[in-house]
Design a protein around this ligand. Sequence first.
Ligand SMILES: [Zn+2]
Length: 269
Amino acid sequence: MDILTHALSGIATGTVIVSFSDKKHKGKLGLIGLAGFGAVLPDLDAISLWSKFDSILGSFLGLKNSGQEIYFSKFWYSHHGFLHSLMAGVIIALLSFFLIFVLKRRLKMFSFLDLLQNLKNQKIYVFSFIAGFIIHLIEDMPTPSCVWGGVNFLWPSKIYVGGAGDIWWWNNYDIFLIVISVIGLNGIVHVTSKFIRINTRKITAVVFFLGVVLSLYQIKTRDFDFNYTGHTPKYQQFEIKSKKIQEKILGEKLYNLMLEFDNKIPVNF
Ligand SMILES: [Zn+2]
């Protein structure tokens, strides 16, 4: 799925997580930001498609394969490999937490108990990052098999999960709009809670759940099989078909607005 929808899905997840936090304003923004960041990070492995990857990183690391080959292979460090696993999310979250903890102590001595206590106090930040990370992995599952056959969700297991081809890689405008709606509605809930006593936890969770159900419905009712294994000569045809489906779902007016937005942003969307 496209990186923008991934990022916003992380933020939508964050709008629920903050309801369970008694942190101040800055802390809550941090939680939402971390969920959004976690939801972007798995696609960092797309760096191997960078035009200067081979000449800079490839030669520095002494890699035998080109960035393009790495991306479209099934090495543990290929796209949809390790970085698209639950384990990666947990390792990155805990390592980052540890590094920040050490830096905050200005590299002074600390006890293991001190570290654990700190983790207990800040666990919601770690959780928020991992939740965003997991949302990304789940969102990639209904995309085509391509060369990977899904995402390596349970790494170090070699099993790849997903690759269903229910949706195209991008231009899933309907899902994007659902995600934006969840963020907007939960934003309204949080603002309203400043004036009226409401059960923020329950309402934001229900809004998020409804967003998930609606997205699932949209994904499963595309009425077209986008799946392919390896590479496909029908790439352009699939892309056109996906846009046709969007036009049918959204109606001409909204579709054209989304298309205009799509053409303006510099990422695949
Ligand atoms: Zn991804």
